[in-house]
Design a protein around this ligand. Sequence first.
Ligand code: NAD
Length: 466
Amino acid sequence: MSSSPSTRPPPHGLHEVVDPSTGAVFTSIESAGLEETDAAIERAHAAYPDWRAVAPADRARLLRRFAAVVDAHVEELAGLEVRNAGHTISQARWEAGNVRDVLDYYAGAPERLSGRQIPVAGGVDVTFKEPLGVVGVIVPWNFPMPIAGWGLGPALAAGNTVVLKPAELTPLTAIRLGELALEAGIPGGVLSVLPGPGSVVGERFVSHPYVRKVCFTGSTRVGQQIMRGAAEQLTRVTLELGGKSANIVFADADLDKAAAAAPMGAFDNAGQDCCARSRILVERPVYDRFLELLEPAVRAVRVGSPGDDATDMGPLISPGQREQVRSFVEGDGVDVAFRGEAPGGDGFWYPPTVVLPHGSDARVWRDEVFGPVVAVLPFDGELEAVAMANDSVYGLSGSIWTRDVGRALRVSRGVEAGNLSVNSHASVRYSTPFGGFKASGLGRELGPDALDSFTDVKNVFISTEG
Ligand code: NAD
């Protein structure tokens, strides 16, 4: 990888990067340590006064230029993600395009970040949305590009500077985005990418007094640890954590459509998706019919080389992840109903798998698998569907399949989750808010809401008394 001195710290240690479709190391990168992290945070702190002072229209122009440079590199970025994360090429192209779109969307923000004028006695009262300072963005390995963009796009638009840490397993696209930012004219120090261990770089984002906000996506366990650490200095946090989302299929739904959509609602990105609809709840009268329709749809999922345009699903990210997934399927209290096929060889492959747990206390029904495994249980009536969907510590997303609009709305209001879809599994649009209820997180990314997470409100009263 080429590296540029103003986005990359000096070498700390070499870190090997593995292609999950072959299991082979294909490159290595320089990993940052504590010293490099502190230096980058200090650079971001020093760059902040000038960046926040850039005129709104100029900051907008720089973000649009950044979006255009990303657009010109979609193929390159997508290719890196295919190699580094095993994402299918069509998915990876969408992901690079999503970074571009997020930058374009938030390029509209600097000129629209309005406060309010509030009627008061004796003067004029106005509010401002002030940037926070240095923002630390911590990214997981499952969606390296989009999640980086969801943090850095609105943070920069609001006038913050950013230090960003990719996951150890998937650093390549984030490093490249840091280089492209410089190429687009974003000043040095405004966005620094620091590949390195969570226990070093990530923890330093939380403990460093110059970092005013940490935007974290990852496991609930690490999210809790970050929130505890952030309490020390009252550092603001946005947390996007795990999920165990319900896909609720009512008897009046278009069953063919619901069954055809269910596999990729669960197996997208090999199921390594916090929004995976990994619990399918089917109303009892159509339970058997739904499984009959689901089986051919699951067997039709094409698992194979992620670089091939026709592939639906690639490998898992690591051998450890595959072991974790296996442990859910091979445990007690689970019957495999049917499964698709996956290649053999040295890659970290696992076939799409449908399981029938013995009850709602089965581990595969309760815990996040983060792999291509979906569990199916029947329910009786709307109230039980909502109660079963809510019987989870998580509340990130979910789907409701029905032709009854009233029921769709009642159930949408009843399910405790941040992102619901009716007759669809789409959860993420750059223009709409995204985030979790309960143990799935705090705060919202994307859409108009994200800007509130990267600003503090300032109230100013101006006396008009003579
Ligand atoms: P993880 O929590 O282990 O790591 C996430 C990131 O945090 C990595 O960059 C890691 O290096 C860093 N990190 C680890 N320990 C740290 C520490 N002590 N302090 C600071 N940073 C630290 O999670 P993962 O295994 O990379 O990702 C999978 C998890 O992410 C799943 O549970 C998944 O549901 C969740 N996820 C959630 C969303 C969402 O939007 N809600 C999106 C994607 C992934």
